[in-house]
Design a protein around this ligand. Structure first.
Ligand code: 5GP
Length: 194
C-alpha cells in the first residue's frame, strides 16, 4: 500500500482567455520550461480533434459519464462552454497533481476560472490572456482550420463577451508578441510559486 503523502502545496495557476488568444501556446511554453508545473487534464464531452488522445489533452467522456460526475460532485467546476458541450475540472485531477508535488496549470474558460478563483482564493493565480484585437483573433481562428465558419463565429462572439470579465482576474497579459507574453506570464508564476 502506498503511503498517503500530506499535501502542503495546494496552489493552482489558471490561464484563461477567449479561444484563439494564444493560451494553449503559452501553456505549452510553461510546461516545457517549468518542470514543477503540470497540465490539469479536463474532462469534456466534445469529440477529439486531429491527433488528440483520451487522457492526454482531455478525458473525452460521453454526456452520460460527464453528468454522472456532476451528480457525484466530482468537479471543482464545470461549464457548458459551447452549446451542448461540457468541460470541467475534476477534483481528482488536481489531487493527482498535488500528490506528485506539481502545481496544476488550468487552461479553462472565463466562467470556470472565476469559479475556481472563488473557491481557492489566495492559492490561485489567475491570468487573463488578452488577444491584441477581435480582428487578430478571427485571423488566428481561421488559420487554425480546425473549426467550421459557424463554430468560429460562435467563438468570436463569445470572445467579445469574455473580454468584459478580464478585470476580475489577478493579472492581464496582452498576447501581441508571443515571446513577450510568455516572459510576462513566466515572471508572474515565478513570483507566485516561490
Ligand atoms: P477547446 O474545445 O478549444 O479545447 O476548448 C474550448 C474552451 O474550453 C477553451 O476556452 C478551454 O480553455 C475551455 N476549457 C477546457 N477545459 C475546461 C474546463 O475544465 N473547464 C472550463 N470551464 N473550461 C474549459
Amino acid at each position: 500500500m502506498s503511503a498517503i503523502v500530506p499535501i502542503t502545496n495546494k496552489k493552482v495557476i489558471i490561464l484563461t482567455a477567449p479561444s484563439g488568444a494564444g493560451k494553449s501556446t503559452i501553456t505549452q511554453f510553461l510546461l516545457a520550461n517549468y518542470p514543477n508545473l503540470a497540465f490539469s487534464i479536463s474532462a469534456t464531452t466534445r469529440k477529439p480533434r486531429g491527433t488528440e488522445k483520451d487522457g492526454v489533452e482531455y478525458h473525452f467522456l460521453s454526456a452520460a459519464a460527464f453528468e454522472g460526475h456532476i451528480y457525484q460532485n466530482d468537479f471543482l467546476e464545470y461549464e457548458m462552454v459551447y452549446e451542448g458541450l461540457y468541460y470541467g475540472t475534476l477534483k481528482s485531477e488536481l489531487n493527482r497533481l498535488w500528490q506528485l508535488g506539481k502545481t496544476p496549470v488550468l487552461d479553462i474558460d472565463v466562467k470556470g476560472a472565476i469559479k475556481v478563483q472563488n473557491v481557492l482564493g489566495e492559492d490561485c493565480l489567475s491570468i487573463f490572456i488578452m488577444p491584441p484585437s477581435i480582428e487578430v483573433l478571427k485571423e488566428r481562428l481561421l488559420s487554425r482550420q480546425t473549426e467550421s465558419a459557424e463554430a468560429i463565429q460562435t467563438r468570436i462572439d463569445k470572445a467579445a463577451y469574455e473580454i468584459e470579465f478580464s478585470s476580475q482576474f489577478k493579472a492581464i497579459v496582452k498576447n501581441e508578441v508571443l515571446e513577450v507574453a510568455c516572459a510576462e506570464v513566466a515572471k508572474l508564476i515565478e513570483n507566485f510559486i516561490k
